[in-house]
Each structure stands twice: as structure tokens, then as C-alpha cells.
Ligand binder design. Structure first.
Ligand SMILES: Cc1ncc(COP(=O)(O)O)c(C=O)c1O
Length: 390
């Protein structure tokens, strides 16, 4: 019997996010440098904000079509074609969602029956496994390791397939490791997906934030468009987390099923935010590039700094996270993070929050000012010296 009256077993089985705990502690402390956040420290670029304000002022305060503003869907179709060479119909194959968070849910709910399995590489974004459980699917977790740069391999995916496996969730770039999956591996993964008739959910929310590597849209690989649901959004690339706009692109028949869920669950994504997102597509590129270049500068600072402290770090090629091993300290990742917060007021997230394979690592976000990262590295050095004498 559950101790929470009226709650369903399904929700009781889902643990709360481990990230929140650290924010709650950090919020009670002074002078904290937070490397814990998973969102840009930049404000949304001014012309995008203005577009949102103007939309509200001219009365864009009503629902839009369920699929999203037609102007935005057209711009998204052009955007996907121009960047990745994939063609989607704005009328029937693109759906504007409340962030990638909603897109993940409606996509999983539309393809997975109770008991169907979805393969998810670990460590991963905290919502993947709970979202699968919310639709009574079975998340099959496959670990990745620093030895492969945390890249999930086609071989590991194939080894995890059972007769109940219906889908595969890919994330490139990945949160929390910053790993990108290279084209050769993606091509091998595509062959496995075709051989076993898998649907692929490709979370590409960090697609614009890559450093010196090619970003591949999974649907652009030969034969993959018909079995792929592409998930992308505005939160990270355009510093628009609070606007809550994302989108998905899928073959028309599947998109129609997903749209039904979105229609009953959400009606339509926030209208002013959709106008702002349209402006982001129209004028956002230079802003994205400025932010990306600054993340890259911070990335090099934090990765070099951590490696020189003995917290070895696979080079992140995307997103804005470093994921160092804390093995040299002999501490477990929860104790390390709690101690660092209490003693040196630096907030990081224990790697095990992102799955068992993250045990022994911590996630440090470099969506934080350069000078703050410098200060954080000094504090981390002091902390390590105090605990390990190195
Ligand atoms: C990999 C990944 N996917 C999806 C999301 C959800 O983003 P949003 O709902 O803001 O679009 C996040 C947010 O941290 C993420 O890291």
C-alpha cells in the first residue's frame, strides 16, 4: 500500500528529479557559484523578446492552430531543409510543442504501447526514463563509458534488442556528457534501426551548440526519415528556456497521431512565444553564433582546468556541460557534490542523477560567466587539496 493517498502506482514509481535537491540547498546559501544549471545564462536576444512583446500588444493572445502558427511551421520546414537537407511538410509533418519536454512525451505516447521497450543510453537527460514510464513503456538502459567518449554504439544497441523493443532514443549532443555521436556511428545505428524496424526518437535540442564537429540530423541519413521523430527546440540554442517552445518533425501519418495527443493535452503552444520563435529563426543566427563562441571559450577553460586538477574529462563536443570523473578523490559523486557545495559554495550535479553509468562523475555546466568558472576552478582545487592532498 502506498503512503500517498490517491496517487497512482505509476506516479509513485517515478522518483523526483535529483537535480532539484541541489538547487534547493544552493538557494539557501550565499555566494554560491552555480555550475548546476542546465540552461543558458544569457537572456533571450532583444529582437526576439520584442517580437514576443509586440505579439502580445497586437492581440496575439489566442490559441493558434493545434500544430502551431503556420508562419512558424513554414519557417521550421525551411530551416530543417537548409541546415540538414531534410524536407518536411509544414502542413502535415511539423508540430510546434511546449518545449522538447512535451515533444518527448507525446512522441513516446504515440508510439509505445504498455510493455513496449525503448532503448535509452545512460547517462542521459533526467526526463527520458520517467517519460517512458509515464506511458507504461519499459526503458532499457544501456551504459556508455568514457572509453568510447560516452558514445553509444550500434553494437551495444543491437545487443539490447528484444522482441519487445519498439524504439530507440538518441541524444546528440548529449546532456550530461556533451558527447556527440559521429556520422559513421550514426550510419551503423541507422542500419540496426532498419534491420530491427525501430522507431528512432532523435533529441537534437543542442544541435546549434557544437564545437568543431559536424551535427547530423538523424532523419537525413538514408532511409531514416520514415522511421524517425526529430525533436528540436528553442530553449538552448536561442536562450529561450522560459518561452517553452520546441517542435517535432515526423512522417505525416505518425505526425497526425502525435497531433491528436498534443491537441487534447496542450491545445497549442504559447502564442506569443511562437511569434518570438519565428523571429528567432529570422534573425537569430548571429546571436546563436556569439553565444556558441562564448560557450566554446568557457568549454576550453573548464575542460583544461578540470584535467589539470586530476578530474579527468572527456572533451565535450556539444551542449554546455563538462562531465569529469571524480575517481581521483575516492569520494562518491553525491558526497563530492554535497561537500563542494557546503565547503566551497560551488554547485555541481552528481553524475548518478543522470543514470547509473554517471556514478563517479559530476556534471558541471559552463553556461556560467567565464570569470565565475575561473573562481569555481580555484575553489574546486582547494576542495580537492583539502580532501585528497593533491
Ligand atoms: C537533452 C535535453 N532534451 C530536452 C530538454 C528539454 O528542453 P525544453 O523542454 O526546454 O525544450 C533538455 C533540457 O534540459 C535537455 O537537456
Amino acid at each position: 500500500m502506498s503512503s500517498t493517498p490517491y496517487a497512482s502506482q505509476r506516479v509513485l514509481d517515478i522518483p523526483p528529479s535529483g537535480i532539484r535537491k541541489f538547487f534547493d540547498i544552493a538557494a539557501t546559501m550565499r555566494d554560491v557559484i552555480s555550475l548546476g544549471i542546465g540552461e543558458p545564462d544569457f537572456d533571450t536576444p532583444e529582437p526576439i523578446v520584442q517580437a514576443g512583446i509586440e505579439a502580445l500588444k497586437r492581440g496575439a493572445t489566442h490559441y493558434t492552430s493545434n500544430s502551431g502558427l503556420v508562419e512558424l511551421r513554414k519557417a521550421l520546414g525551411a530551416h530543417l531543409q537548409q541546415r540538414y537537407g531534410v524536407v518536411y511538410s509544414p502542413d502535415s509533418e511539423i508540430l510546434v510543442t511546449v518545449g522538447v519536454s512535451e515533444a518527448l512525451y507525446v512522441a513516446m505516447a504515440a508510439i509505445l504501447d504498455p510493455g513496449d521497450a525503448i532503448i535509452i543510453a545512460d547517462p542521459c537527460f533526467v526526463a527520458y526514463e520517467p517519460t517512458a514510464r509515464m506511458v507504461d513503456a519499459v526503458p532499457v538502459i544501456i551504459p556508455t563509458t568514457p572509453e568510447t567518449g560516452f558514445q553509444v554504439t550500434a553494437q551495444a544497441i543491437e545487443a539490447a534488442i528484444t522482441p519487445r523493443t519498439k524504439a530507440l532514443l538518441l541524444a546528440s549532443p548529449n546532456n550530461p556528457t556533451g558527447t556527440t555521436i559521429d556520422r559513421d556511428e550514426l550510419v551503423r545505428i541507422a542500419a540496426v534501426a532498419a534491420k530491427h524496424d525501430l522507431v528512432v526518437l532523435s533529441d537534437e535540442i543542442y544541435d546549434r551548440l557544437v564545437y568543431g564537429v559536424e551535427q547530423v540530423c538523424f532523419a537525413s541519413l538514408p532511409g531514416m526519415r520514415e522511421r524517425t521523430i526529430v525533436l528540436q527546440g528553442f530553449s538552448k540554442s536561442y536562450a529561450m528556456t522560459g518561452w517553452r517552445v520546441g517542435y517535432l518533425a515526423a512522417p505525416a501519418a505518425l505526425a497526425a497521431e502525435i497531433r491528436k495527443l498534443h491537441q487534447y493535452l496542450i491545445m497549442s503552444a504559447p502564442t506569443a512565444s511562437q511569434w518570438a520563435a519565428l523571429k528567432a529563426l529570422e534573425v537569430g543566427d548571429p546571436f546563436v553564433e556569439l553565444m556558441r563562441a562564448e560557450y566554446d571559450r568557457r568549454r576550453r577553460l573548464i575542460v583544461d582546468g578540470l584535467n589539470s586538477l586530476g578530474l579527468t574529462c572527456v572533451e565535450p563536443r556539444g551542449a554546455f556541460y563538462a562531465f569529469p570523473s571524480i575517481a581521483c578523490t575516492g569520494m562518491d559523486d553525491n558526497a563530492f557534490a554535497e561537500g563542494l557545495l557546503q565547503e566551497e559554495q560551488v554547485a555541481v550535479i552528481p553524475g548518478s542523477v543522470f543514470g547509473a553509468a554517471g556514478t563517479g562523475f559530476v556534471r558541471m555546466s559552463y553556461a556560467t560567466a567565464y570569470e565565475k568558472i575561473e573562481m569555481a576552478l580555484e575553489r574546486i582545487a582547494r576542495y580537492i587539496q583539502r580532501h585528497c592532498g593533491i
